[in-house]
Design a protein around this ligand. Structure first.
Ligand code: AMP
Length: 304
């Protein structure tokens, strides 16, 4: 099953308490597709600049990610810098250079227009909408966003929120979007901004997530890790595992959504074990299935 993802392909410069790395291949579409590939065939719609080399491209192609929608424009690739605090849950953006994104108007080719599963990764909401408008028969559309767009383009974001099936955001974004500190109240308000049957996933970093679907609330803890090096991409790889599993399962049921939450969390837990995309590149389906089983054990208890 093909899963189309529009988002950023970026060069990231990251500082954590454990080290620093510059110009790592990153971006929302990159992490998403490297995570989703274990469940479905990802295709990306994104833009890069002249500094994007064949070696970078191979990271996608050798993992069977369709890059026919990856456009190269004159100029530099989108670049982002971030620094993490000691608890790794707080992140400060050091810089955002949109570069080639400023002139990007995604034009989907026919195969991509027919994709049933679509993820609108974290980019300008008007670009997310531009892509969505070209999808002929969407079966499930997911969306991610961030503080920058919630603050700078609230009207465009509100418009696109009404058109999607799954919103995946983190707790601070949920608070910012709803203007509510309490997450239960925040979720209520955000769900009113979406279609009634839409799914809301609020990620809570190392503390796991909350999923809201119809009258169900599902609370999953984070997978307990000893070595966390770089949380960058955790959100996008969660989304990749989550949406990828749903594309593979084919049907949106409560049980599938809950399993999708676990698969998303498992893939994200691997992502943070090394800098950038390194761990995702060496990851296997067997690693994922093993950790999925451990996850089950960690959260299982008998009633009597
Ligand atoms: P996350 O999964 O939230 O850790 O996402 C991290 C990725 O988001 C990094 O690889 C960045 O390149 C990318 N990113 C950060 N800011 C933006 C932005 N404003 N637009 C698009 N992508 C971004």
């Amino acid at each position: 099953m093909k899963i189309l993802s529009v988002g950023s392909v970026a060069f990231d410069s990251i500082k954590t308490p454990f080290g620093e790395a510059k110009n790592l291949l990153g971006g929302s579409a990159t992490y998403f597709s490297l995570a989703a590939r274990f469940f479905a065939t990802p295709a990306i719609v994104a833009v890069v600049g002249q500094d994007f080399t064949d070696e970078h491209r191979q990271i996608f192609t050798k993992n069977d990610i369709d890059v026919s929608g990856l456009v190269k424009l004159p100029g530099k690739t989108f670049a982002w810098g971030g620094e993490y605090g000691f608890d790794l849950n707080t992140r400060q953006t050091l810089f955002t250079h949109l570069n080639v994104f400023e002139n990007f108007k995604p034009q989907l080719h026919e195969e991509h227009q027919n994709a049933p599963f679509v993820f609108l990764g974290n980019i300008q909401p008007n670009l997310q909408k531009l892509v969505l408008n070209q999808i002929k028969h969407p079966k499930l559309v997911g969306l991610d966003t961030m503080n920058l767009w919630i603050q700078n383009t609230p009207t465009e974001l509100a418009e696109v929120l009404k058109l999607i099936d799954v919103l995946v955001i983190n707790d601070s974004e949920a608070r910012q979007l709803s203007q509510e500190h309490n997450l239960a109240k925040a979720a209520k308000k955000i769900r009113l901004m979406m279609r009634p049957q839409a799914v809301l996933v609020i990620k809570q970093g190392e503390h796991g997530l909350l999923m809201f679907y119809n009258n169900t609330i599902f609370n999953l803890p984070g997978y307990l890790l000893e070595d966390v090096f770089d949380p960058t991409g955790a959100g996008d790889s969660f989304a990749g595992g989550f949406m990828g599993y749903l594309a593979q399962a084919g049907e949106i049921t409560e049980a599938n959504l809950k399993r999708a939450c676990v698969f998303g969390s498992v893939v994200a837990s691997f992502c943070v074990e090394d800098f950038g995309t390194k761990r995702l590149e060496t990851l296997t389906k067997q690693d994922i299935d093993q950790r999925f089983a451990q996850f089950k054990q960690l959260t299982y208890f008998e009633l009597h």
